[in-house]
Design a protein around this ligand. Structure first.
Ligand SMILES: [Zn+2]
Length: 311
């Protein structure tokens, strides 16, 4: 086994969305307002990289009623995420003063999203909707002013657009493409570690796709820049939304055509070839030297897992 029960092979975090985005409702302010007032409507409340949850006897509850969210002090400008079993789900932000007050209460928990996903604090099928809320709340907080003229912009279409109050330019939430790749060289694969990784952890190399660049070129460029390895045969595997704050990880494989590694120490602390046995021990967290692979919630784990267990 190379994955855990929460994230079986091919199903990392943030890929299982149970919401119907119901985009047609975004254009009807009256209907959205009516949905917000309905008793079965729910909200995810996001503060920076964390989610506000109601602490209950059975464990923390991520989906709050809209009324609970507003009483907690969440900002009233709600983002329509979609419908779940016909009931509306919204994303809401909350300010630091309200959070400080809430943290004195023992019925409220503020949990960092990454840790929450890794530890299974909420069911995996809710993570995608929480990621939507986190990305959109974060985007609105950082885009209060028009990039064209500098005037204030205002939320529109249920939070899926901002419109400048002066020049009327429309602004849309961005998604930044990132390539992440398993590079193989016969029976070895390439992994690297960044300085901020936990001790002993290695993972697949990754980097942002640049302007006017294909995914294939981005894979080849990043591998050469970070490790000095030339590669070919770039193949797409799967994608994973990554809400830090709004990336889309594009998982690929590639075949190396050179062997000697030259590490770019601005980007990586180390990069090495690992054989199959070693990579398997790292994914299982059983490596004798304490080396570890990426966690099953991350797409890198699944790229490696698929390489180790081909169809
Ligand atoms: Zn403007």
């Amino acid at each position: 086994m190379t994955s855990n029960a929460l994230f079986p092979l091919g199903r990392p975090a943030f890929v299982s969305n149970v919401l119907d985005r119901a985009a047609h409702l975004r254009f009807n302010d009256e209907k959205l307002f009516a949905l917000e007032s309905k008793s079965d409507s729910r909200a995810y409340v996001v503060y920076r990289d964390s989610l506000l949850m109601k602490q209950e006897a059975g464990g923390p509850r991520a989906l709050l009623t809209v009324d609970e969210a507003l009483k907690f002090g969440a900002n009233p400008g709600t983002i329509f995420l979609g419908l779940r079993d016909g009931a509306a789900v919204f994303g809401m932000g909350i300010g630091a003063p309200a959070v400080e007050k809430l943290l004195t209460r023992d019925d409220v928990a503020l949990t960092e999203l990454r840790g929450m996903a890794m530890q299974g604090v909420v069911p995996p099928e809710q993570l995608s909707a929480i990621a939507m809320a986190k990305s959109l709340v974060s985007w609105h907080q950082r885009h209060g002013f028009c990039a064209n003229c500098g005037a204030r912009s205002a939320m529109a279409e249920g939070g899926w657009k901002r419109v400048c109050t002066s020049c009327k330019t429309e602004h849309f939430p961005r998604t930044d493409p990132v390539v992440i790749m398993l590079v193989e060289n016969g029976d070895k694969c390439l992994m690297g570690r960044q300085k901020q990784f936990p001790p002993g952890m290695y993972s697949c190399l990754a980097g942002f796709v640049e302007a006017a660049e294909t995914i294939e070129d981005a894979v080849r460029r990043e591998i050469f820049e970070e490790a000095g390895i030339h590669c070919t045969d770039v193949k797409y595997y799967m994608t994973q939304p990554w809400p830090y704050p709004s990336s889309l990880m594009i998982g690929c494989s590639a075949r190396a055509t050179s062997d000697a590694i030259t590490v770019d120490h601005m980007e990586l602390e180390d990069a090495r070839w690992f054989d199959r046995d070693e990579a398997m021990l790292m994914l299982k967290r059983e490596h004798p030297d304490g080396l570890a692979g990426p966690h099953p919630f991350a797409i890198a784990h699944h790229l490696l897992g698929r390489w180790l267990q081909p169809d």
